[in-house]
Design a protein around this ligand. Structure first.
Ligand SMILES: *[C@@H]1O[C@H](CO)[C@@H](O)[C@H](O)[C@H]1NC(C)=O
Ligand SMILES: *[C@@H]1O[C@H](CO)[C@@H](O)[C@H](O)[C@H]1NC(C)=O
Ligand SMILES: *[C@@H]1O[C@H](CO)[C@@H](O)[C@H](O)[C@H]1NC(C)=O
Ligand SMILES: *[C@@H]1O[C@H](CO)[C@@H](O)[C@H](O)[C@H]1NC(C)=O
Ligand SMILES: *[C@@H]1O[C@H](CO)[C@@H](O)[C@H](O)[C@H]1NC(C)=O
Length: 255
């Protein structure tokens, strides 16, 4: 092998290698990932509650009592915001003892307002809230709720109802919506003559719903996450080109 042959062989190798090394990455730089759409300030509660859940019973009561307008107004108030506890449909069908059927229109309205706090609280804020005593709801007056944070789980107490936040449906300042497995019953309506809890009827209902819990995000996951263009494919092509170069170079050397 004379020096000229070696030189040609070397330059060919170098040229092919440079081609292989520089050409593949260009399509990557040409397709920047789109910036995530900014979250809208305005959250339409009716829309949110009708796609998440199922919360149709609660939504029906909110609309019937027109409380939905009060809540939407509070949600529109970006300074304070709102925290709303929404019972699933099953919570209403499971509710046997104090019935909602003979409540007056005003009592039903108060019951709905009792499920909302006039401020946005993230789940971690409840650690603080639990130390501050009874918390006022939108129903005002003696319609208060007690919160306790038990190792990250937010427990809610109303006297009649002891339940917990079972999932977060929406939590972006100023609107927090948390799913609960029970209808929150205020003492201000049902009195303080609370029947003692039934002697251990197996603690099923409150813990079970993990399986049927809906997508915590209400199916609103960002579409941007969906698919990254096939970067892996490009790596594959690059590797394949490199192999061709090596084989080709070896061939030239043999010549
Ligand atoms: C909120 O959503 C509901 C149901 O989709 C719709 O009927 C209503 O017009 C919306 N309200 C506003 C203010 O956009
Ligand atoms: C809330 O804000 C939206 C959008 O600005 C508006 O269309 C709606 O009428 C407001 N609703 C209430 C109850 O304030
Ligand atoms: C609802 O009706 C039952 C009897 O059917 C009665 O015992 C109860 O006090 C009533 N509740 C209210 C809030 O009026
Ligand atoms: C919790 O409460 C304390 C005192 O009440 C306050 O200084 C602190 O900022 C609060 N923390 C949060 C996260 O709200
Ligand atoms: C809420 O907590 C207070 C003590 O902070 C207690 O006196 C009250 O009975 C509790 N109310 C309910 C409904 O559990």
């Amino acid at each position: 092998m004379n020096p000229t042959k070696i030189f040609i062989c070397f330059t060919t190798l170098l040229f092919t290698y440079t081609l292989a090394a520089t050409s593949p990455p260009s399509p990557i730089t040409l397709t920047p990932t789109p910036a995530p759409a900014p979250a809208p300030d305005y959250v339409n509660l009716t829309e949110l509650l009708s796609v998440a859940g199922p919360f149709s019973t609660f939504l029906k009561y909110l609309q019937q009592t027109k409380v939905i307008e009060t809540l939407q107004n509070q949600a529109n108030n970006t300074d304070e915001g709102i925290t709303l506890f929404v019972p699933k449909d099953k919570a209403f069908t499971n509710l046997k003892k104090p019935s909602l059927s003979n409540l007056t229109a005003d009592q039903l309205k108060q019951l709905c307002l009792f499920h909302a706090l006039p401020h946005y609280y993230s789940l971690s804020d409840f650690k603080n809230l639990s130390d501050s005593g009874p918390v006022n709801t939108l129903a005002g007056g003696s319609y208060t709720l007690n919160f306790t944070d038990v190792s990250g789980t937010v427990k809610i107490g109303s006297g009649w109802t002891n339940t917990e936040v079972s999932s977060s449906v929406h939590s972006t300042d100023p609107v927090a919506i948390y799913q609960v497995n029970r209808v929150l019953l205020p003492e201000a309506i049902f009195g303080t003559d609370i029947p003692p809890p039934a002697p251990a009827p197996a603690p099923v209902p409150d813990i079970a719903p993990v399986a049927d819990a809906p997508d915590a995000d209400g199916g609103k996951g960002r579409a941007g996450k969906a698919s990254s263009p096939s970067g892996a494919d490009r790596v594959g092509v690059g590797r394949w080109l490199m192999m061709v170069v090596v084989v080709y170079g070896g061939f030239m050397v043999v010549l």
